[in-house]
Ligand binder design. Structure first.
Ligand code: N01
Length: 541
């Protein structure tokens, strides 16, 4: 039996929002400026920007095209900002985020350098108590996590790291002052989206770069470059159409997935389509055929094309063979895009080491030693080793729900949510881009806007109807978890067994496919339907 609802005004804030990236900023704007609520954002970093505040590694750039990697809720805001390149770089995104924060006057309600250490639900008072690293305690009716999906760095526990005599960095915790690679022997571990962006930039500066590759990866040229004045004008004039496209595609990107199967065309036509997509560059390569992520044989045709490109670009056949020895379907892991990644292996100062065949045994004071005893002497190690994705950023908030239930315990066998938005046992907690929502399978600002708007509408509904507490029914969570699982298995995504989508990159983490693979447009419809049916599946009281 739950406690009765509290009297109004018992909390310090109507809402506490954790994180000041895209999610937290927009949620604050909606709650404060549209609903007139008292909201506070708590942000660990010294400024806004979320992932872009921390990921300052060489080559950091968004893989979404700039005209769609931004807020689109306001026509005025959209039209006032002008992106300079096809893909926005980290520094430009930070300028954008600060510009938006100033334009919407958000910073006065954001506490920077404020790390949340614990969040406890007090059932008697129906409040969330949030504790920060300085011991401050704040209370709120609603707790909204806006912590991103990829904000908990994963530094693998390789023995001997503490003995390393040089310097080491994780790409997601990059020093603000930058790292000088001049004259240095650099070792980079990891060849995911981050590693593939960093390699060409580090190689151009370092004396020598050794890339330690465990899993070879596909990559398509980004074909980045300055945006032409005509394109900028087109984007400004087509705000509405761009917004409609991103909201109607499965992945929130501003391009349409072709309505043809890889088998609708001849072999020669297929090659020509792939060639054109390669020339165009970017994530659109995935959109060449509608069945690339559904039909393994169709996927094999794309995989073969991309592997042939690697062998064509990389001059040393042995290196090319290692780079093209890819063990998963194309785009079953998040597909990277690059600027001269494979070409970089033609430089004299770059070496590829296959640590699948010959694993890293330990880090020594001088560098990295492999199982066969080979030593690589290094001055700097760069860990491009990814993140404890999706659940990591939530679990480190030490959230406890009703009856003192820790979130870590509730999720011991993997994350369980309803719509990726709420967790049973954790009333009045909303998780923006939480596990079970499309999140990382979507162009992030698109799914963030949908979540923040759904939450704001929901809170307005609760307040308007005198509802003090909202929590999903366990049966609704059960059904959603089953649906998320079913949606993933209708695709080839789970076939990349070592992917972070499955939690497989963190030892001991439960293997559960975390994001919702049913498509953003479909998900948007499901959420709208749930709300239209009086928040079906949620217990409101
Ligand atoms: O991380 P990853 P990331 N020994 O987990 C390797 C987003 N992103 O930071 O595959 C040796 O993908 C690991 O090897 P393996 C994007 O969503 C977006 O690159 O586990 N190697 C892998 O090669 C992306 O997917 C943008 O065998 C080890 C690499 O490290 C997500 O962030 C830009 C190892 C980690 O790859 C994460 O990308 C960049 C070990 N012990 C990133 N441990 C945008 O443009 C790990 N690895 C928006």
């Amino acid at each position: 039996m739950m406690q009765s609802a509290p009297r109004a005004g018992a909390a310090d804030f109507d809402a506490i929002i954790v994180g000041a990236g895209f999610s937290g900023m927009y949620q604050l704007h909606l709650l404060r400026d549209r609903l007139g609520l008292k909201a506070r954002v708590l942000e660990q970093g010294g400024g806004v920007g979320g992932t872009w505040y921390w990921n300052r590694y060489p080559g950091a750039r968004c893989d979404s095209e700039s005209h769609s990697y931004c807020f689109t809720f306001s026509e005025a805001l959209y039209k006032e900002w002008e992106w300079s390149e096809r893909y926005p770089g980290q520094a430009e995104i930070m300028r954008y985020m600060n510009w938006v924060a100033d334009r919407l006057d958000l910073k006065r309600d954001i506490a920077f350098d404020t790390r949340v250490t614990a969040c406890r639900y007090d059932a008697a008072a129906n409040l969330w108590e949030v504790e920060t690293a300085t011991g401050e305690r704040l209370t709120a009716t609603w707790l909204i996590t806006a912590v991103g999906c990829l904000s908990t760095a994963n530094v693998p526990k390789i023995p001997g790291l503490e003995s390393f005599g040089g310097r080491w960095y994780h790409t997601g915790q990059w020093p603000h002052e930058g790292v000088d690679f001049t004259g240095a022997r650099v070792g980079q571990i990891g060849t995911g989206s981050t590693g593939i962006q960093a390699v060409p930039v580090i190689a151009a500066e370092a004396k020598h770069l050794t890339v330690f590759q465990r899993t070879a990866n596909y990559s398509v040229p980004a074909r980045n470059g300055p945006l032409a004045a005509e394109f900028k004008a087109w984007a400004r004039e087509n705000w509405q159409a761009i917004r409609e496209t991103t909201q109607s595609t499965p992945n929130g990107h501003p391009f349409i997935i072709a309505d043809r199967s890889a088998w609708d065309v001849t072999e020669a036509e297929r090659q020509a389509i792939y060639e054109a997509a390669w020339e165009k560059g970017g994530l659109q390569f995935r959109a060449a055929f509608r069945d690339l992520l559904m039909d393994k044989a169709a996927n094999d045709t794309a995989a073969a094309f991309l592997k042939a490109k690697i062998r064509e670009i990389v001059q040393d056949p042995e290196t090319a063979a290692k780079l093209a020895d890819i063990d998963h379907p194309y785009a079953a892991k998040r597909p990277p895009i690059d600027t001269h990644y494979f070409e970089t292996f033609n430089r004299d100062n770059v070496t590829l080491v296959d640590v699948r065949a010959n694993p890293i045994e330990r880090i020594t004071p001088e560098g990295i030693r492999l199982r066969d005893g080979t030593e690589h002497a290094l001055d700097i190690i760069v860990f491009a080793t990814g993140f404890d994705a999706m659940t990591g950023p939530l679990l480190r908030l030490n959230i406890t729900g009703r009856d003192g239930l820790p979130l870590a315990e509730a999720w011991a066998a993997g994350p369980r949510t309803y719509l990726g938005l709420q967790v049973d046992g954790f009333p009045n907690l909303f998780t923006i881009t939480g596990p079970g929502s499309p999140s990382v399978l979507c162009n992030m600002p698109v799914c963030i806007e949908q979540h923040a708007e759904w939450i704001a509408d929901c809170i307005a509904h609760l307040r308007g109807n005198g509802i003090a507490r909202m929590e999903p029914e366990p049966a609704a969570v059960e059904r959603w978890v089953a649906h998320v699982n079913e949606a993933a298995h209708a695709t080839l995504l789970p076939q990349a067994g070592h992917s972070w989508y499955l939690g497989a990159n963190v030892p001991g983490k439960p293997r559960v496919f975390m994001p919702y693979a049913g498509g953003m447009a479909r998900y948007r419809g499901i959420c709208a339907d749930v709300a239209a049916k009086g928040y079906e599946g949620f217990r409101l009281e």
